[in-house]
Design a protein around this ligand. Sequence first.
Ligand SMILES: Cc1ncc(COP(=O)(O)O)c(C=O)c1O
Length: 411
Amino acid sequence: MTNNIDASVPALSLKMEGFEAPATIAMSMRARVLAAEGKKVISLALGQPDFFTPKVAIDAAYQAALDGQTKYPPIDGYVSLKKAVQQKFQLENNLDYGLDEIMVANGVKQILFNALMATLDAGMDDEVVIPAPYWTSYPIMVRFLGGQPKYVVCSEDSNFTLKASDLRAVMSEKTKWFILNSPSNPTGAVWSKESLLAIAEVLRDYPKVWIFADEIYEHLVFDGQQHYSLAHLAPDLKDRILTANGASKTYAMPGWRIGYAGGPKRLIKAMLKIQSNSTSGACSVSQAAAVAALHHGTQAVEEMKQAYDRRRKMMQDAFSNMPGVTCAVPQGAFYVYPGIKGCIGKTSAGGRKIENDQDFAESLLDEQYVAVVPGSAFGLSPYLRISYAADDAVLEEACKRIATFIKQLVN
Ligand SMILES: Cc1ncc(COP(=O)(O)O)c(C=O)c1O
C-alpha cells in the first residue's frame, strides 16, 4: 500500500510515485554495504573525479571566507564569477554572452532542474528528446517536472553519436526540449563538427524547441578530437540554446557544487526566479574557488586529462580483449561503455543466470566485488558503464576481476 491510499499516515505527493534515486547511486550503495562487511570492493559506479581539487581553488575559498565572503550570495552569482564564466565562454567556446545572459547554480543538475521547471507544463504532453544512452538524471527530472522523455537511440555502430535522421524521426510539435550531451556520460562519445551541424539543420525546422547543451565534460576529449559548442556552430539557434557547464568534472570539484549556464535572457531570468525561491545563490566560498579554478586551473586540467587518457586506453584495451565483449573507443569524458551481448544467457561461477546487464552487474558485484552500472540505467542494453576516474592500479585490479568473472561464465 502506498502512502497515498493509506489514510492513516501523512501522504507523500503523487509525483513521488515511481520517482527513484539514480541507478548509479543505487549501485554504489550496494557496494558500500559489501565494503562494510569487510569485502574488498572496487567501485567504478560513480562519475566522480578521483583527483583533489586544485590547491589554488581551495586557497581562494579559504581567503574568501577570511575576507567575509560568507553572506548570502547574489542569486545569479557574484559578478567576479560571472565575469570569469563570460571570459571562459569567449575564449574556449567562441560564445559571447552578456552578464545578464549568465547564471551560476548549485551544479549543472540545478541548472537543468531550473530550466525544465521554467518551461515544462504538467499535463500538456510536453516532450523532451533525449539521445540514449543518457545521463540518468535527464529522464528522471523531465518526468518529475511533468514532461515526457522521448528517446532516440545512438547505437554502438555510430559510436553512440546521434544521426540527424534519427533525431528528425522523433521531433514533433510536442517537443519542448532537445538535450545534447557531448562528450557523453555514459558512453564517452564526442559529437563531431559535422554531426553537430547536421543536428542543427534538423533543429532549425523546430523553432519552438529549446536546446540544452550539457558541456560538462568539454575538457575531456582525446585522440585529437575537438569539442564544439552548438551555440557557436549554429549562432542562429543561440537564442534558444542553454549552454551548461560547471566545475565538477573539469576541475575535480563535484563537492563544491558550482554549475553555470549561458543562455537567452528570458530563460535565465525565469530560472533565477525559481532559484531565488528554492536554494538561493550557490555557496559563497565555492564561487570564489570556481573563479580561481577558471583563471588558474589550466595546468591542473591538463595533468588530469593526461591521466584520464592513459586510463582510457588501458580500459579500452582490456575490454576489447575480453571474450563476448565489444568496446567502442570512448573519445571523451571518463567512461567506457562495453557491450556484453556475448555474455547474456550464460551462468556465473556463483550460479546466477545472466539474463541481462542488471544480472551481470549484480553478480559481478556479489562475486568479484566490482561495482559498475548496467546499461539499462542509461537506456541502452546490454552494456555496462564503467567509470575510469580511479587510480591506475585500482583499474588494473578491476579489469582482472571482470576478466575472471567473464572467463568463469558457462553456457
Ligand atoms: C552529463 C552530466 N551532466 C551533469 C552532471 C551534474 O553535474 P553537477 O555536479 O555540475 O551537478 C553530471 C554528473 O555526473 C553529468 O554526468
